[in-house]
Design a protein around this ligand. Structure first.
Ligand SMILES: *Cc1c(COP(=O)(O)O)cnc(C)c1O
Length: 369
């Protein structure tokens, strides 16, 4: 008998989130996963020991209020604990934010192309996405995003650095934008890659620091990228206490595991050591970016742990060339390919594939993308 159970209309056409592919090794050679912007390094030994220790208690529920993690974050960030909402990855927290703010008929504005989870969480809430195309340099057009605000707008998402293209919004650009946003419209600053931005503190967007001045700002951060805990699913939002309370109300009870909470606390205690690793990734990024430029590539300016190749119609072809070499990367339709900065050997392989691809595209070496 066929199943005729009706599901919500809002689900029609919800795109499935496609996970970054796992790399397949060519015969006799290693494979590398550069498709999900993960940290290439395993957790620090002391974090692994904490994970091990907490593992023996998993017959018990986790602390539902994440009190130790919130207290640790509160100290690290210099904000009250009531301003923090922790959730299962920052994509989980993002879902909570949209659930907390949006009813059917409301609009959420964000740049496009940007993080694939945005259209999904917006549609699941029954709200409507308003996508504002990036400019020719693959940056946010914050003026156009402000222009797109209507009385139906509840939320604007600013992804900086932008996934998958890489450029970061500057603090001055963000302020100019925030000055145009009505105080009733929330602005979520997705800072998943903030640790990879090379700039003096005052030249790097800090959503947390903006909350006093702009009470409609929500900063979104994660332990998945720089902190290397993608598999444990811990992220958080920082906002004014009443907003943070609303974001906590839409959480799935016990959504953050005891192991995730403990590993996040341990990682915050080791921030210095972890940031040294981030510096290593950033140094590799600088090496790759200049080598690609030397090959003739003109790429958007990345401030994250990935590079973006806007190869258009040749996206599938470029991703296939990477796969044949043992590199899993992330293709986006007929727009471009994102490749994470990985371990040096993986990055070397990416350079080889990218160089060969350009030479094949243009044997005369006269015109380059
Ligand atoms: C990776 C990423 C996240 C974080 O995802 P988690 O759910 O925390 O693992 C959030 N926003 C963007 C833009 C990302 O690329």
């Amino acid at each position: 008998m066929p199943c005729v159970v009706p599901v919500r209309d809002a689900l029609a056409g919800v795109p499935a989130y496609s996970q970054g592919k796992t790399a397949v090794a060519p015969a006799g050679r290693p494979a590398y996963k550069l498709s999900s912007n993960e940290n290439p390094y395993p957790p620090l030994p002391s974090v692994l020991r904490v994970i091990d220790k907490v593992a023996s208690d998993v017959n018990r529920y986790p602390d539902m209020s994440c009190s130790e993690l919130i207290a640790t974050l509160s100290r690290a960030l210099g904000v009250p604990g009531e301003s923090i909402a922790v959730g299962p990855g920052s994509s989980g927290v993002l879902g909570q934010v949209v659930q907390a703010l949006c009813d059917p008929g409301h609009e959420v504005i964000y740049a496009w192309r940007s993080f694939e989870a945005y259209p999904i969480v917006v549609q699941l809430a029954g709200a409507a996405s308003v996508q504002v195309p990036l400019d020719d340099d693959f940056r946010h057009r914050l003026d156009a995003m402000a222009d797109a605000i209507t009385e139906r707008t509840r939320l604007v998402i600013v992804c900086t650095p932008n996934n998958p293209t890489g450029p970061a919004v500057t603090p001055a650009e963000l302020r100019t934008f925030l000055d145009r946003v009505p105080p009733t419209v929330a602005v979520l600053v997705d800072e998943a890659y903030r640790e990879f931005v090379v700039a003096a503190d005052e030249a790097r967007v800090d959503g947390v620091a903006l909350i006093d001045e702009y009470p409609n700002v929500i900063a979104l951060r994660t332990f998945s990228k720089a902190y290397g805990l993608a598999g444990l699913r811990v992220g958080y939002a920082v906002a004014r206490p009443d907003l943070a309370l609303a974001i906590r109300k839409t959480a799935i009870p016990f959504g953050v595991s005891s192991i995730g909470q403990a590993a996040a606390v341990a990682s915050l205690d080791l921030a210095e050591e972890l940031m040294a690793r981030v510096s290593g990734v950033v140094a590799e990024r600088a090496r790759i970016v200049s080598a690609l430029a030397e090959q003739g590539w003109r790429l958007p300016e990345t401030q994250a742990n990935f590079v973006y190749f806007p190869v258009g119609e040749r996206t599938g072809e470029f991703a296939a060339a990477c796969a044949a070499a043992g590199l899993a990367v992330r293709p986006f339709g007929v727009e471009g390919v994102r490749a994470s900065i990985g371990e040096p050997a993986a990055n070397d392989l990416l350079l080889t594939v990218a160089g060969a691809f350009l030479d094949a595209a243009d044997p005369s070496g006269t015109s380059h993308p």
